[in-house]
Design a protein around this ligand. Structure first.
Ligand code: HXC
Length: 254
């Protein structure tokens, strides 16, 4: 039976690439996002690919909207096996200048949004008796390093990485589920690259810090995600794979 995956923040960047690639790989694909126009564009792009898909407007910060999206998906496709928690929010701001609401906004999208969607998903698994479902979380290397200038995102991603490992154990035992994460490095054509590489000179500095000498592509992230959700990765659980050309390992000590 065709399996169904829901991709949050799936109208641009890595989310869009993952949704398109997974549909090509034979998944039913559900894309969520906040912007109606971008969802419409994504709907048109997905129509070019054989198979079934849906787009749903929602904000991951709203637990009821997450539950409604999961239920709408289950109603349409019978059940929902997999979730990619890709939706993110971020901006560069020195922490001593950050407002409490700025902190809360990013934590709400990244950490609480990941919980909201994962929690809604597991309620669906319980009702439908899904065993062997999956969650894929998108983090960043500052989840385990420092994130100067992006403290809320770094703290939230650290929380998501821990949640990945915690649920891998809890829901591995309980639902035979596999919960994993990808830590993308600098990836071109993404909101992260747009926000974090502030000028061409800055982007060039980042590029030089990647041992492989280039930014990654959303399609490379999508290929890894497709493999991680496939049966070829059936013993992979609680793992975080850095896809970054060796970027996070490069401390340039000499
Ligand atoms: C300081 C800022 C700010 C900035 C917003 N705020 N931008 N503070 N510097 N540049 C503050 C606002 O002043 C406000 O606080 C609070 O944050 C909420 O702002 P809103 O604009 O009302 O929030 P909202 O419309 O919900 O937008 C959320 C957002 C936005 C995160 C601010 O940028 C967004 O929706 N982004 C989604 C796309 C995205 O960011 N993608 C990149 C992900 S990159 P006050 O106190 O004024 O009310 C990523 C990691 C990449 O995740 C890692 C690569 C290695």
């Amino acid at each position: 039976m065709t399996k169904t995956v829901l991709v949050t923040g799936g109208t641009s960047g890595m989310g869009k690439a993952m949704a398109l690639t997974l549909k090509k790989a034979g998944w039913n694909v559900v894309v969520t996002g906040r912007d109606a126009d971008r969802l419409h564009q994504m709907d048109i792009a997905l129509q070019e690919i054989q198979g079934e898909h849906a787009v749903i407007q929602m904000d991951v910060r709203d637990p009821e909207a997450c539950m409604a999206a999961v239920n709408q998906t289950r109603h349409r496709f019978g059940r929902l096996e997999a979730l990619i928690n890709n939706a993110a929010g971020n901006f560069i701001c020195p922490t001593d200048e950050l407002s409490p609401n700025g902190w809360k906004t990013v934590i709400d999208i990244v950490l609480n949004g990941t919980f909201n969607c994962s929690h809604a998903l597991v309620k669906g698994w319980q009702e439908d008796g899904v065993s062997g479902g999956q969650i894929l979380n998108i983090v960043a290397s500052y989840a385990w390093q420092a994130g100067p200038g992006v403290a809320p995102s770094a703290a939230a991603k650290a929380g998501v990485l821990n949640l990945t490992r915690t649920l891998a154990v809890e829901w591995g035992y309980k639902y035979q589920a596999r919960i994993n994460a990808i830590s993308p490095g600098p990836i071109e054509r993404t909101g992260g690259a747009d926000k974090l590489a502030m000028s061409p000179e800055h982007a060039e500095r980042i590029r030089r810090n990647v041992p492989l000498g280039r930014f990654g592509t959303p399609e490379e992230i999508a290929d890894l995600a497709t493999w991680m959700l496939s049966d070829q990765a059936r013993y992979l659980n609680g793992e975080c794979i850095a896809l970054d050309g060796g970027h996070w390992l490069n401390k340039q000590p000499f």
